[in-house]
Design a binder for this molecule. Structure first.
Ligand SMILES: [Cu+2]
Length: 386
């Protein structure tokens, strides 16, 4: 066990930071794996603490590793071994072009300024680490008794980088809430490509109706390598609630013991659970995955990677990108990775689509449009984490 942890630690050392000395303790903790400026250790006002390493990888760009969450007055729990973008697939509505924007994001990282990082710190001019308000954490009326009234404002930690890819500028955020949530999201801004097309594939921009800007999709894939207190025992489950057109709803659990692809469905969600890690009420600790905001783009047969919204695969180091994965002895796209192998160390791939129909407001500089998904703690703490 200790040897495996040591090996995992050595393999996960960020490319851009020095390796820990051989005598470093074998712990899957960010503080042992990286130092300034790659270490983020932030306690938010409610006492929630997040600790992680970041690195800018040549291929995937900003990657968070060894992510640990420490609820107030509680022990720390590791959540992710790593999280990164895994592809931005941009097919245009006329059928062409069809871009795969990730291949060397690291070299496309935009230099950030203080204006891009309000209240935060810039690292290497490429990564911003900051905190910001997230609105109400809770509000409970006192029913006329002010002493019973409860209200609190939430905060979140943000680690972000931006990339220039063609005309677009992508802002990639990893958001860690003081409620234990993780929200990976990406915003597209910069400029429209200026591609003209037939009216049925676009929308008229500018003066008159001579220029039709071509509509397109941004199909963004994230790769999430969950390790809840180490890689052992982690299981992915799918939850559905049967009873459509009746009064009742019944919970239906499907355990993914083998690699699989899954589709979004209105009440469906997934979770990564470790039955061996319990909260103080003895309930297994898990993180829920919710992908309800996707346009669910489905491409032709030769783009089978677009045919599912979530993929669960067995961990493999060479399976890094959802498409255009270049590695000997490894598949080329995520639909090929998910081939019924037994899953003992799950990696979850989340595909979130946004169909971009340009509008007059998208004139330069184009207002940012966001897409992402939510990862929420489920029974990590036995009670309200505030
Ligand atoms: Cu767009």
């Amino acid at each position: 066990m200790i040897l495996r942890l040591m090996l995992a630690g050595l393999l996960a050392v960020p490319l851009a930071s020095p390796a820990p000395p051989p005598s470093a303790p074998a712990a899957a903790d960010a503080a042992d794996a990286c130092g300034s400026p790659y270490l983020v250790d932030r306690t938010l006002p409610n006492g929630a603490r997040w600790r992680l390493c970041w690195e800018i990888r040549t291929i995937e760009g900003l990657t968070v590793t060894r992510v640990r969450y420490m609820p107030k007055d509680s022990r720390s729990i590791s959540v992710l071994r790593s999280g990164a973008l895994a592809q931005i697939h941009v097919p245009y509505d006329s059928g062409e072009p069809r871009y795969h924007d990730i291949g060397s994001l690291g070299s496309a990282a935009v230099t950030l300024t203080a204006a891009d990082c309000p209240g935060g710190e810039l690292a290497k001019s490429k990564v911003c680490v900051t905190t910001r308000p997230r609105g109400h954490a809770y509000l409970k009326d006192g029913w006329g008794d002010e002493s019973q009234r409860r209200t609190a404002q939430g905060q979140e930690l943000v680690v972000l980088a931006a990339y220039q890819v063609g005309w677009y500028t992508y802002v990639s955020e990893w958001v860690f809430g003081d409620d234990g949530s993780i929200t990976p999201r990406i915003g597209a801004t910069g400029s429209l490509a200026g591609t003209t097309t037939a009216p049925k594939h676009g929308w008229p921009l500018g003066v008159g109706r001579k220029h039709f800007e071509e509509s397109h999709s941004h199909n963004v894939f994230w790769r999430m390598d969950f390790d809840i207190e180490g890689r052992a025992r982690d299981v992915v489950e799918q939850y559905d609630f049967a009873g459509n057109r009746t009064k009742k709803r019944s919970l239906v659990k499907t355990v993914f013991n083998r690699e699989t692809r899954a589709l979004n469905s209105r009440m469906r969600w997934w979770r990564v659970v470790d039955p061996g890690v319990r909260n103080t009420d003895r309930h297994p600790v898990s993180w829920e995955i919710n992908n309800s905001d996707s346009a669910e783009y489905r491409g032709p047969a030769d783009e089978a990677f677009t045919h599912a919204d979530v993929y669960v695969t067995q961990y493999r180091a060479c399976e890094r990108l959802a498409t255009e994965n270049v590695a000997p002895r490894c598949g080329r796209s995520v639909d090929r990775y998910a081939n019924d192998e037994r899953v003992t160390d799950p990696v979850v791939w989340v595909n979130v689509g946004f169909h971009h129909v340009a509008r007059d407001e998208d004139a330069d500089p184009m207002p940012i449009h966001w897409q992402g998904f939510r990862v929420t703690p489920r029974d990590v703490t036995a009670t309200n984490p505030y």
